[in-house]
Design a protein around this ligand. Structure first.
Ligand code: ATP
Ligand code: MG
Length: 214
C-alpha cells in the first residue's frame, strides 16, 4: 500500500486533478468527509489528510510514502529525509515582506534601523534579512500575521500573498518579494528504494500530469 499525505483546502483541491490525469481517480465528494484516511480509485493507493505544515513530517518518518507540500513549508521543515522530485506548479503564491501603508520600509532599511518582524516563516525570514544585512527581531506567529503591525506587535510581516486582497483589507502593502512559492511532490527516501517498483512509475505519472497542466 502506498500512502500519500495531503492537506485539506487548496492543496487537496489542486492535487486531485493531477491524480486523475495520472490515472488515479478520487471521488471529489470525499473532500467533505471527516475521515482522515481516504481511499482512491487505485486500491494500492490511499490518502491521509494532515495539517499543511505536518506533511513533511509524515513523509520524513515514512508514515506516508509521498506528500504534497508548499515550498514555504519545506523550507521551514528543512527537507531532511525527503526527495523533492517534482514541482507540481500548484498552490502558487509568493512570500513577501508587507508593512503598513504609512511605514517607509526602504528608508528604515537604509537607515539601518532594527525592525520587528512577525511571521510564521522564521527560517526564511531570518535568512532573507541576514542576506540583506538588515537587523531584525523575529516574532513567531501561527496565523493572522496581518494583524501584528496594526496593533503595534511588529513593524512589518513576512507572509504569503496571492491576490493581495487580505493585505489591502488591512491597509498593508507589499514592500519586498522574497520568493515565488509553489507546491512540490515529496517522497520518503527509504520508500523510494523499498517500493521503487510502484513509487517510481507513480511519481513519473504525477510529474507528467503536472507538466501537462502547465
Ligand atoms: P493552516 O491554514 O491550516 O494554518 P496553511 O496556511 O499552511 O495552514 P493552507 O492555507 O492550506 O495551509 O496552505 C497550504 C499551502 O498553500 C501553503 O503552505 C502555501 O504553499 C500555499 N498557500 C498558502 N496561502 C496561499 C495563498 N494565499 N495563495 C496560494 N497558495 C497559498
Ligand atoms: Mg492558510
Amino acid at each position: 500500500m502506498i500512502t500519500l499525505a495531503l492537506s485539506k483546502g487548496r492543496i487537496f483541491d489542486e492535487t486531485l486533478p493531477l491524480l486523475a490525469a495520472a490515472g488515479i481517480p478520487v471521488d471529489a465528494s470525499i473532500g467533505a468527509s471527516r475521515k482522515l484516511i481516504l481511499p482512491t480509485g487505485d486500491p494500492g493507493l490511499r490518502l491521509i489528510i494532515v495539517r499543511a505544515s505536518d506533511v513533511p513530517t509524515y513523509v520524513q518518518y515514512g508514515a506516508a510514502d509521498l506528500g504534497v507540500a508548499g515550498k514555504d513549508v519545506l523550507l521551514e521543515h528543512g527537507g531532511e529525509g525527503l526527495y523533492q522530485p517534482v514541482d507540481l506548479g500548484i498552490a502558487r503564491c509568493r512570500m513577501c515582506v508587507a508593512a503598513p501603508a504609512g511605514f517607509d520600509y526602504a528608508n528604515a532599511v537604509r537607515r539601518g534601523a532594527r525592525l520587528r518582524i512577525a511571521t510564521k516563516y522564521v527560517q526564511v525570514a531570518r535568512e532573507h534579512f541576514a542576506a540583506k544585512g538588515v537587523h531584525v527581531d523575529l516574532i513567531k506567529l501561527y496565523g493572522s500575521m496581518e494583524l501584528a503591525p496594526l496593533v503595534g506587535l511588529a513593524d512589518a510581516i513576512v507572509d504569503l500573498v496571492s491576490t493581495g486582497s487580505t493585505l489591502r483589507a488591512n491597509n498593508l502593502v507589499e514592500v519586498e518579494e522574497i520568493m515565488r512559492i509553489s507546491s512540490r511532490l515529496i517522497v520518503n527516501q527509504a520508500s523510494l528504494k523499498t517500493k521503487s517498483g510502484t513509487l517510481e512509475p507513480l511519481v513519473a505519472a504525477i510529474g507528467r500530469a503536472a507538466e501537462g497542466a502547465r
